[in-house]
Ligand binder design. Sequence first.
Ligand code: CA
Length: 231
Amino acid sequence: MNDKILVVEDEKDIADLLEVYLSNEGYFVLKAENGSDAFNYIKNEDVSLVILDIMLPDTDGLTLCRQIREKYLFPVIMLTARNSDMDKINGLSMGADDYMTKPFNPLEVVARVKTQLRRYKRYNTAEVETIPEYDKNGLYVCKDTHKCELYGKELSLTPIEFDILWYLCERKGIVVSSEELFENVWKEKYFSNSNNTVMAHIARLREKLGDEPRKPKFVKTVWGVGYKIEG
Ligand code: CA
């Protein structure tokens, strides 16, 4: 998905210029002319970065930046009209990540947006990766809450069914053998008849997922190897 950049600037020419350059780079640009519109976007859209002018009609960029920082971590780049060191120092102490002085070169703004987003994402990756959930094709599974939803409706799975499903979700895209599944879910040694146990549970799980045994959408059979869920 394209990153959404919110440009908060009442000078239309500047906002439009930034929109052109940022759109060219594939960003989705939202424009707000004042602080209250800006906050509406921030609340309702999944904003990745804000470019914030200091001089706004209903508030000033420094106050807005401080308010953003109370709740959000995404990068903020300040635009300042005057070449005043005070603005820069204030901006950074209010939690801005970078600043640019007008008149600016739009390409430089784009470069700084890229840098900030890269930094921000690197910083957040560790956090994102630890959320143990699977969300694809209408199937949502969360390990922590033990929740399984199909097209938004909660399914009631037995603990074993949930463990099978989660084991496959955790290894999405990878084929898991019947033996591996059995030993990790049941935590017992695998014998030749264990395969029947696995098959019976897979069948019940598929039933709950509305999966047709011959053409399952979620829990797929890889003949002679095992099972997998699409990654
Ligand atoms: Ca302005």
